[in-house]
Design a binder for this molecule. Sequence first.
Ligand SMILES: Cc1ncc(COP(=O)(O)O)c(C=O)c1O
Ligand SMILES: [Zn+2]
Length: 382
Amino acid sequence: MSREWAFQGLQCTECRTVYPNREIFQKCLKCGGLLDTIINPEILKEISKDDLDHTQSMWRYKVFLPVDEKDKIVTAGEGNTPLRKLNSFQGNVWVKDETKNPTGTFKDRGASLAVTVLSALGVKRLVLSSEGNAGCSFGLYSHIADLGCQVFLPHQSNPAKVELSRKLGATVTLVGGTIADAGRRAEALAKREGSYNASTFVTPYRHDGKGTMALEICEQLAWRVPDYVVYPVGGGVGLVGMWKMFSTLEKIGWVNKRPRFIAVQPDGCAPVVKAYNSKRDDVDEWKDPKTIAFGLRIPKPLAGKWILRCLRESDGIALLVTDEEIRKSMGQALKNEGLLLEPSSAATIAALHHLYGEKMIDRSAEVILIATGSGLKTLEQF
Ligand SMILES: Cc1ncc(COP(=O)(O)O)c(C=O)c1O
Ligand SMILES: [Zn+2]
């Protein structure tokens, strides 16, 4: 392709400083704000749907991603996951089945993108904090790209996540406390040894990977946009990434609207739901987080303001579910639909009961649940 490439740099989400695209960045050097990638819609307007890559993975949408045309893609066939109708609900509900990704979760999308960008920029060693799934994903892609990978996990992480991260070649350290404590360890080590911190939003190269779910959903619906997307919010990577991608698609005229987002959190750790429903523009730290949905046990997401902004722009809804409802939904999804979900993921099914039961949405509305992760790594929680 000889046309100009859409990825044109990075921009601070706070002070708006712009950075060039072929250097290694973490957060804003001026104010410490989170960086977003600049994907220029004017350039994307020049391409047509027929120009999309024929690869059967998320890399079909490479032109929408913050990579250079010549970068060597680090891939294991992530993305291109099924979108299927759920029959056990009276309604128009589809599930985006992210459990079909290489390590069983949507985290593979962000890791495939981040490792592609970082290895092309010459990074040799990654450090990150994770509740477990991102550890597996970065373990896999770091192995493929021959990068070192050190993961800090909270000690309560599901044993299969710890084990799989190790089997994939990551060095895993279990840390007392929550993911926030694991995050401090990752930051300290990155500083000490000069390695790259690939933790959620400490790197600007993950959310666009999860954004490819929005592209796939639209294409799978023959470029129709659903009315609602139900998303279990932890660090908010997928919500921010998908909202950005739906917005880009609307700007370039491939679709004619954007969906409303429904953010779901467990009532034992719900900093985003609390802030959104009290009309705040930043999140407070959740004290003493307790939930079986470990992926959502994020007491203070770094991207709090950004998540809230996306939710507001989408005229979104923020909902609480209980652990009990999550547990019930896991059984239901498995037995009625053959969907083996981990608790964080089953939170969307629990939310659907509220959405219909309390008549927050109409049964004719088209709803997509993001089934973020497989229950195979969390069998002990069934
Ligand atoms: C299964 C699962 N669902 C949802 C989430 C939350 O994802 P995000 O950080 O994109 O909000 C996580 C994060 O760890 C997860 O593992
Ligand atoms: Zn800044």
